[in-house]
Design a protein around this ligand. Structure first.
Ligand code: PMP
Length: 414
């Protein structure tokens, strides 16, 4: 396998050493093949908001297995998940299930182009929307970590239709629309950026996106693959009260199995085949096992108090980390929205790609390695989020903060 991995973010290229090979997970614990145990803050990169092997999810999967693994035909289960998404996500009236976040964003943008009859799209520097050609331009996540935000293999003609704008910068976007507004099919945005580290939208930024897209007849697409059912049950759009035209989902709605989804206004979604002419399909889309894990996860997330608990746990971790950094005299900027946070090794505020890139990645690498040897598994990159789950106990969070004291000291020596 290239780099020994099936997804670049899993390699330890940015932090040194070899990736940990995982044997199993239980709650917030992760066990490697050498018998070491870690407190897991990756959570499979976001889906595992309940932790590993939640008993209700596993029981639902066992029952589902008895009925078959895939039919390639309609099932009640997928309808149930579609209904739950429509009732949960404020702007979604119709939804199509796919198999990954990449498929969701790729399909949503095809739909936006088909619906508007325009070709150009606007994305933001440092946001990651999967690996479709036209989205791998100044992209975040592994592309940013590895220093290849614009991938070879993306034809120049394709790249020419993607316009990049700085995150949190209405003035530049205003200029882009003034120059190209009539050709822009859509603006796609992570409403809380999570792929250049965590960068919250500044006050008014999302409402500005809503206003300017409407003004020019372009669609607004929220990529809520990471934020959906995480920063609130109804995603960032519920948390910030902004309704996009289309929404992309993934991660949590599959409960740890491969699922994605895109949805939005009925009038737009009715253009998708076979209701309309914009083609998009999938052999395993709406897969019963994946849908079952997603439904079981969402059912638990609906319990009263769930998001208050996530907030409490996340604040406890964030406060502890900030204190540990201050004790060690290491300047950090801690950004957090709900159960996703990022510790940037910089004393500047981080509001966009450029300010994220000012972080001291050598310090992050030292921090990461000391945390790992102290039994804490973080994403092996400065530019990824820390994901808190309901499975993290107060004791595990306190242990994490204890490990961080040592790790900040190690980072401070760089
Ligand atoms: N959009 C966002 C915001 C993401 O965070 C990711 C993955 N981290 C994707 C899209 C792509 O999803 P997938 O890896 O499932 O293709």
């Amino acid at each position: 396998m290239p780099g020994g991995v099936n997804s670049p973010v899993r390699a330890f290229q940015a932090v040194g050493g070899q990736p940990v090979f995982i044997a199993r997970g239980e709650g917030a614990w992760l066990y490697d093949v050498d018998g070491n145990r870690y407190i897991d803050y990756v959570g499979s990169w976001g889906p595992l908001i309940l932790g590993h092997r939640h008993p209700e999810v596993i029981a639902a999967l066992r029952d589902c297995l008895e009925t078959g693994t895939s039919f390639g035909a309609p099932t009640a289960l997928e309808t149930e998940l579609a209904r739950e998404i429509v009732s949960a996500i404020p702007s979604v009236e119709m939804v199509r299930l796919v198999n990954s976040g990449t498929e969701a964003t790729m399909s949503a943008l095809r739909l936006a182009r088909g619906y508007t009859g325009r070709n150009r799209i606007v994305k933001f520097e440092g946001c990651y929307h999967g690996h479709a050609d036209f989205l791998l331009i100044k992209a975040g996540s592994g592309a940013l970590t590895l220093g290849v935000p614009t991938s070879p293999g993306v034809p120049a003609d394709t790249a020419a239709n993607t316009i990049n704008a700085p995150y949190n910068d209405p003035d530049t976007l205003e200029q882009i629309f003034a120059a190209h507004g009539q050709d822009i099919a859509a603006v796609i945005v992570e409403p809380v950026a999570g792929n250049m580290g965590v960068v919250p939208p500044q006050e008014g930024f999302l409402s500005f996106l809503r206003e300017i897209t409407r003004r020019y007849g372009a669609l607004l697409i929220f990529d809520e693959v990471m934020t959906g059912f995480r920063v609130a049950y109804g995603g960032a759009q519920e948390r910030f009260g902004i309704n996009p035209d289309l929404t992309c989902l993934g991660k949590i709605i599959g409960g740890g199995l491969p699922v994605g989804a895109y949805g939005g206004k009925r009038e737009i979604m009715e253009r998708v085949a076979p209701a309309g002419p914009v083609y998009q399909a999938g052999t395993l889309s709406g897969n019963p096992l994946a849908v079952t894990a997603g439904l079981a996860t969402l059912r638990i997330l609906q319990h009263p108090g769930t998001y208050a608990e996530l907030e409490r746990k996340s604040a406890r971790l964030a406060d502890g980390l900030a204190r540990a950094a201050a004790d060690a005299g290491v300047p950090v900027t801690l950004n957090r929205v709900g159960a996703m946070l990022c510790l940037f090794f910089t004393d500047h505020p981080v509001t966009d790609y450029e300010s994220a890139c000012r972080s001291n990645t050598a310090r992050f690498a030292a921090f990461f390695r000391t945390m790992l040897s102290g039994g804490v598994y973080l994403a092996p990159s400065q530019f990824e989020a820390v994901f808190i789950s309901l499975a993290h106990s107060g004791e595990q969070i306190d242990r994490t903060v204890e490990a961080a004291h040592k790790a900040f000291a190690a980072a401070g020596r760089i």
